[in-house]
Write a protein that binds this ligand. Sequence first.
Ligand code: O7M
Length: 215
Amino acid sequence: MRKESRLILALDETDRAKALAVADAVAGTADAIKINWPLVLSAGPDMIDELAVRADVICDFKVADIPNTVRLIISQAVDRGAKGVIVHAFTGSDSLTEAVRTAGSRAGIYAVTEMSHPGGREFTAPNAEALARVGVACNVKGFIAPATRPERIAAVRQLIGDREILSPGAGAQGGSAAAAVRAGADYVIVGRAIYQAADPAAAAKAFAAEIRTAL
Ligand code: O7M
């Protein structure tokens, strides 16, 4: 995944034509496009292949399962061209190890530490450090940590060395892209504030400029 704008588009738009139009408008600015269940379920898994010709694609399936099912899901995503797959770390080291093994050199595995929404404080926040440690032990490529709580990005950064942090929660959820990067995020994930904007290309460029000034 390139590291230029440090912006990742969360393409949760469920109208297939609109989603592709936003992807085309933003692909030159964003370093990657993240696809989640809303678009896969509305437009079909071929959307992964279609986006993969436009940009690096991260499949945000928040995989949380036994190792065999993890393997089956991740091979499907990687065979379609995903360069990254997001998993939950609470499944434990056997599932995480299977995720990393299945992705091999074809894709990076990113593990969720603490979630960005208010409910993320209930179960993920008290366990975020342990989740980061198991991710490091299993050799994931990076972690998801919340732009809504930049101090928690900094806490995860302390534990993971130079592994990557991808940070959602800037824009619609109230977090700041600049604060996330200053706290140690490598990339900021932005969805609604870009794909629902009147001019998604301009909105993406504005986030990229904000991130640049924070570096
Ligand atoms: O900018 P938004 O709020 O429209 O979208 C944020 C995206 O990031 C959306 O796709 C969420 O599913 C995702 N996300 C969070 O918002 N919070 C998290 O804690 C974790 C994720 C995520 O990407 O997980 C991997």
